[in-house]
Design a protein around this ligand. Structure first.
Ligand SMILES: O=C(O)CCC(=O)C(=O)O
Length: 269
């Protein structure tokens, strides 16, 4: 795909995928963009992630969440090239189709780099942190290198997006244990889309239960995520855990208002 096509809807998004996402709360869109495009942007994303990294402790000294990945937020505000890929219409179009809405905004982006020897990503729900209407968010998870079977992509509990808040708390050993016990006692079998090629992306809904395995390899697993919110979604009264996000990612908008600040621009159409 030439660079210009990053800003056009991708033919890879089909009605079957939209149906699968709405039924399961997750989907993998293979070939959303081409390999070359990912490779073009990878160096700048890696550079920004490294230069803005705030976690300096050696991995052995970190708690479970800190071992799961290095995280840098809103790279679109840190580099024009990063803004170009994060704001790509091809991704935002996919998000709008999956959410079943005409228009989406960005909530925020983040890079999630699971280091060599990085630990598992504990079971959690993203929307525990977000004071936003249920069903109004979708996260794109775009690997910046091939995901082999050995590293693996995320695990999801299909259908869990319909449950709303699980009540497991923030991402931690405790959320992992509570959700894992619930999965075992209810006979759920977590689903993974497995290995992923460059240009493939998964999308999951705000309340979908998800986790990821450790990285046993000598290579970092670099991922870019972009969180989209339906245009017109209302900001809810925050729980204590959501106060931080209300202050940071909504540009001063308040509960009862819609997501509409200048740091949440409309990305599609
Ligand atoms: O990349 C990971 O290991 C976890 C990603 C995740 O939890 C998310 O994108 O919501």
């Amino acid at each position: 795909m030439a660079k210009g096509q990053l800003h056009e809807p991708s033919p890879a998004v089909t009605p079957e995928m939209v149906h699968a996402y709405q039924r399961d709360g997750h989907v993998c869109i293979r070939g959303l963009i081409d390999t070359e495009t990912v490779l073009n942007y990878r160096p700048i994303i890696e550079e920004i992630s490294e230069s803005w990294r705030y976690e300096k402790r050696p991995i052995e000294e970190r708690e479970t969440y800190g071992k799961a990945f290095l995280q840098v937020h809103n790279i679109w505000q840190k580099s024009m090239l990063c803004k170009e890929i994060v704001f790509a219409k091809c991704f935002a179009h996919a998000a709008s189709q999956l959410l079943g809405v005409e228009s989406v905004r960005i909530y925020h982006d983040q890079t999630l780099f699971k280091e060599p020897g990085g630990g598992h990503t504990p079971w959690h729900q993203d929307q525990t942190y977000w004071p936003l209407e249920p069903g109004s968010t979708v996260t794109m998870w775009l690997p910046l290198s091939e995901i082999t079977e050995e590293v693996g992509s995320m695990y999801f509990v299909s259908g869990s997006h319909e449950m709303g808040e699980f009540g497991a708390g923030g991402i931690s050993d405790s959320s992992h244990d509570k959700i894992q016990k619930w999965i075992d006692s209810n006979g759920h079998i977590p689903f993974t889309h497995g290995a992923m090629a460059l240009g493939d992306a998964t999308f999951h809904s705000g309340f979908t239960l998800h986790s990821a395995k450790p990285n046993p390899t000598l290579e970092t697993r670099p991922v870019l995520t972009v969180i989209y919110v339906a245009d017109g979604a209302e900001i809810l009264d925050p729980t204590p855990m959501q106060e931080f996000d209300l202050k940071l990612w909504l540009g001063g908008r308040q509960p009862g208002e819609t997501v509409s600040s200048e740091i949440n621009p409309q990305l599609y159409p």
